[in-house]
Ligand binder design. Structure first.
Ligand code: FES
Length: 570
């Protein structure tokens, strides 16, 4: 076995002396001779509350690495907390990925265990590992346990959106709303709905990048630590077998990830993350693949926001393996996991223990799930919608546009009693794409006008170039590309234009002639909203970020780059 780290440690010269001497710190003499150096890329942070328990997980990984003859190395990485970061954690997903990539490449590391949880952390870690292409395995930090309020389960995120809309509708007092706050987060772990964190943990497993059976174990469940220990051992074996991300994350693996995404009713954010990861590997994955592969997959998991239950229920009902076993025929038979075995072989006899939480193929929640990809003169490069989270009667709809040039304008005007809006209006929010906001925030599910809420309206068609929280729901067309800030047609829509949404035929159009659309100038309000002073990372991001339809990565980070570093440091 030839170790990458031996380029630092194996010599007898001055530089090898330096590399070894500073790293000893009590390590045994044989730590640098033939033992795999395994980094634990740990996104624990007090400011990322969903990941704050990862230090304990890291300790179990560490023990596993030692037990298998490797040397564990703690590597704190940029951590992105969804609830705190302004303007949006997504602005730094690529920065976190780039920083981790550079640290893995620059250091004497043979393999890496990736510890993530909160929404952007697993995607950024996988993007980094894909770029460096050293053996890598994910331990998802796991969801929190189910919190309850007045005897009923509370779904993280989803119930915040629901309860806050009830306040605006006048059916719940602000005091009652606030009294639920301390019940929302019951334990360590990430959001317990089928939001982006849960989705990305499960999708990472379907992609083959976790020890099978790990994703979805609640963060507070001791079995997670046992799996973390096993994963540490596995990382050492992966190095000795030279099993790298480019062998695990293949076209077939992305197929499996898309099938899983559809069957679990996962977050729309997975689309932009999977496109970015594939882009790092040079795997040809397109927006249409999500529709082509996912749309005939039945929705099998009855979790909020599309259904009723929460992640703890999914785990007790049999977890991802039980779900995937129902759709084995749709999976790629050859795509391997980090164990070296095909994913389909790991599903074994996985049983469903609660058929209301995990539905069988014969009795799905919906016969067709997945993500629908829309095209038309309003979205020439595509837009997406998650039909399972939408109102079925709105999936075919024609309505007048009411256009907002910024999220701030929405907040300032949406509750105006004189707002010219009815239940058929299509709410349009623009300037929220990767370059526009910047960072593509989760604002696409803009709040409904309170006067309509009070009249009993609970959903309207919304169209936006931003993203939507995975915990959110509604008939929301999002990721519209090209985004308004790069001159997409969305920039030219005016209040009063007629917009047609036709999900069965995958169309999103504005009913004005192409020549008139081309002749229109973007609105002054939009241009004003986009004109912000920038510096540093934000400037680099705005200058180089790609569209949502290709993963919103930086244009110079796509394509595989490997782990070679030719030059010494001294
Ligand atoms: Fe971290 Fe939801 S806020 S996963």
């Amino acid at each position: 076995m030839s170790l990458r780290s031996s380029a630092w440690y194996a010599g007898q010269d001055r530089n090898s002396y330096i590399h070894r001497a500073w790293m000893r710190r009590g390590a045994p003499d044989d730590a640098f001779t033939g033992r795999p150096q395994i980094a634990i890329a740990n996104s624990a942070s007090d400011l990322t509350p969903c990941n704050s328990h990862l230090n304990e997980v890291a300790e179990s990984v560490r023990q596993g690495i030692w037990a298998a003859g490797g040397v564990p190395l703690n590597l704190p990485v940029v951590s992105l907390g969804e609830t705190n970061m302004r303007p949006t954690a997504m602005l730094w997903r690529n920065m976190a990925a780039m920083a981790t990539e550079e640290m893995l490449r620059a250091n004497p590391i043979d393999g890496v265990v990736l510890l993530g949880g909160c929404d952007k952390t697993i995607p950024s870690l996988l993007m980094a590992a894909a770029s460096v292409d050293i053996p890598a395995v994910v331990v998802p930090g796991g969801p929190m346990l189910t919190g309850t309020f007045r005897g009923k389960p509370l779904g993280c995120g989803t119930d915040v959106w629901r309860l806050s809309e009830e306040v605006r509708a006048g059916t719940l007092s602000a005091k009652e709303f606030l009294s639920s706050e301390s019940s929302m987060i019951r334990s360590r772990g990430h959001c317990n709905t089928m939001g982006t964190a849960s989705t990305m943990g499960l999708v990472a497993e379907a992609l083959g990048t976790t020890l099978p059976g790990t994703a979805g174990i609640p963060a507070a469940d001791s079995r997670l630590l046992a799996r973390a220990h096993e994963t540490g051992r596995l990382a050492v074996e992966m190095v000795t077998s030279d099993r790298r991300p480019s062998q695990v994350m293949t076209e077939g693996s992305f197929r499996n990830a898309i099938v899983a995404l559809a069957a679990i009713g996962g977050s729309t954010n997975a689309v932009v993350h999977l496109l970015a990861i594939a882009g790092r590997l040079g795997v040809a994955l397109s927006l249409e693949d999500f529709d082509r592969i996912g749309s005939d997959v039945p929705l099998l998991v009855n979790l909020q926001p599309a259904g009723e239950y929460l992640m703890e229920d999914l785990h007790r009902a049999g977890g991802l393996a039980a779900v995937l076993r129902q759709v084995t025929d749709l999976l790629d038979k050859d795509a391997i996991t980090v164990t070296g075995r095909p994913l389909v072989e790991t599903l074994g006899e996985a049983e469903i223990w609660d058929a209301d939480v995990i539905r069988t193929r014969e009795a799905p929640l919906l016969p067709h799930a997945g993500i629908a990809v829309l095209r038309g003169n309003l979205a020439p490069n595509g837009a997406i919608i998650k039909p399972a989270a939408a109102s079925q009667h709105l999936l075919t709809h024609r309505g007048r546009a009411l256009v907002f040039d910024s999220a701030e304008e929405v907040h300032a005007r949406i509750d105006d009693p004189d707002l010219d809006v009815d239940a058929d209006t299509v709410l349009v929010l623009r300037g929220c794409g990767p370059r526009g906001y910047p960072g593509m925030p989760e604002v696409a599910n803009l709040p409904l006008p309170s006067k309509l809420l009070r009249a009993g309206v609970r959903d309207m068609v919304r169209v936006c170039d931003g993203r939507m929280s995975g915990t959110a729901y509604g008939t929301v067309v999002l990721h519209v590309a090209p985004e308004a800030a790069t001159g997409g047609p969305l920039a030219k829509v005016r209040t009063g234009d007629w917009i047609t949404l036709d999900v069965p035929n995958r169309r999103l159009t504005v009913d004005i002639p192409d020549s008139e659309l081309a002749a229109r100038e973007p609105s002054e309000g939009l241009m004003a909203a986009l004109a912000q002073p920038r510096r540093g990372w934000e400037q680099l991001y705005v200058n180089t970020v790609t569209g949502a339809d290709t993963g919103a990565d930086l244009d110079f980070l796509t394509g595989a780059s490997g782990h070679d570093v030719a030059r010494e440091s001294h």
